[in-house]
Design a protein around this ligand. Structure first.
Ligand SMILES: CC(C)(COP(=O)(O)OP(=O)(O)OC[C@H]1O[C@@H](n2cnc3c(N)ncnc32)[C@H](O)[C@@H]1OP(=O)(O)O)[C@@H](O)C(=O)NCCC(=O)NCCS
Length: 274
């Protein structure tokens, strides 16, 4: 068995989407990557296909490592090995190669998030030298009953991205950074009430994701996030609201105080100094 890496950019998008789907077969949450989902990931998360790698075993693609890049930092955006090739050292070997390639590109740190309950993944990344930064948590609430008391003001998502860059927590997970938020476009919508801001997926749908939530530094501690979430729930009634497990645990109280329930799956945000 000979293992090789080849730039993901040499494959058509349809084949990469299929390889990623197969790499995440039997995962903790069902994963089906269509071409459209794959293209959205590339655009939103700054994934560089020339630095991403297909893993080949005797010329047959058996896995994919997606690498996102911003300045001196790269992120392992996804790593999936097809089921029959798992647990035989392929992931460990590929990770070592990806780290060496990031160093050779002159990058200073590599980031990733891994599901805490994914023992093989956590084991692999710790073995490769990654250290935990913090736990990331998710929440959900169905059909919250709140009376409308405050008016939401809609704003440009791009403007929200600038505010997140300025006022967000240090070391925000990649998907919550201003750089990621700037890539969202309608039908996602951004709203604010005074110094409290949020980004949500299309709120005309039955399921709405809360994609960003921020209170400017000067106004923290005054309960504004609760006011904003209450106004969201009241203005768009009869929805299931979802917060995917990418929010720093230190923000958890924001969701708990409006009655949202923590999801079973959590993640570790991890980093490696290169
Ligand atoms: C996670 C994944 C990339 C690892 O690749 P792999 O080729 O299977 O990894 P390796 O064989 O090199 O190493 C896996 C390590 O986890 C360990 N492991 C596997 N299953 C485990 C389990 N259930 N509990 C604890 N450790 C486990 C293995 O023993 C091995 O450690 P060791 O070398 O110290 O014995 C692969 O399993 C995969 O694609 N899974 C589905 C997608 C996924 O979870 N991606 C990662 C999150 S982005």
């Amino acid at each position: 068995m000979t293992l090789n890496l080849t730039p993901a950019s040499t494959f058509p998008i349809s084949q990469l989407a299929d390889l990623l789907t197969r790499g995440f077969e039997d995962y903790f949450v069902p994963i089906h990557i269509t071409e459209e989902v794959f293209l959205t990931m590339l655009r939103r998360d700054s994934i560089d296909l020339t630095a991403s790698r297909a893993i080949l075993e005797d010329d047959e693609p058996i896995g994919l490592g997606l690498i996102a890049r911003r300045g001196w930092t790269s992120r392992l955006a996804a790593m999936g090995i097809v089921a029959h090739a798992r647990n035989s050292g392929v992931g460990t070997w590929a990770m070592g190669q990806l780290i060496e390639e990031a160093k050779a590109r002159g990058e200073k740190q590599m980031l990733l998030e891994v599901i805490e309950q994914n023992a093989a993944g956590v084991n692999l990344y710790e073995k490769s030298g990654f250290k935990k930064i913090r736990r990331l948590v998710g929440y959900k609430i169905e059909n919250p009953q709140v009376e409308a008391r405050h008016q939401l003001e809609e704003m440009d998502i791009y403007e929200l991205a600038r505010i997140v860059t300025r006022h967000g927590l240090p070391n925000l997970p990649w998907q919550l950074t201003g750089a990621t938020i700037a890539q969202y476009t309608p039908p996602a919508r951004a709203f604010h009430i005074n110094d409290a801001y949020c980004l949500v997926s299309d709120p005309s749908k039955a399921d709405v994701a809360i994609l960003s939530l921020l209170v400017k530094t000067r106004s923290r501690g005054a309960g504004l996030s609760r006011v904003l979430l209450g106004a969201l729930f009241a203005n768009f009634p009869n929805k299931t609201w979802r917060v995917s497990p990418i929010y720093p645990e230190e923000m958890a109280f924001i969701f708990e105080q409006v009655g949202m329930k923590r999801e079973d799956i959590s993640q570790w945000q991890m980093s490696l100094a290169l």
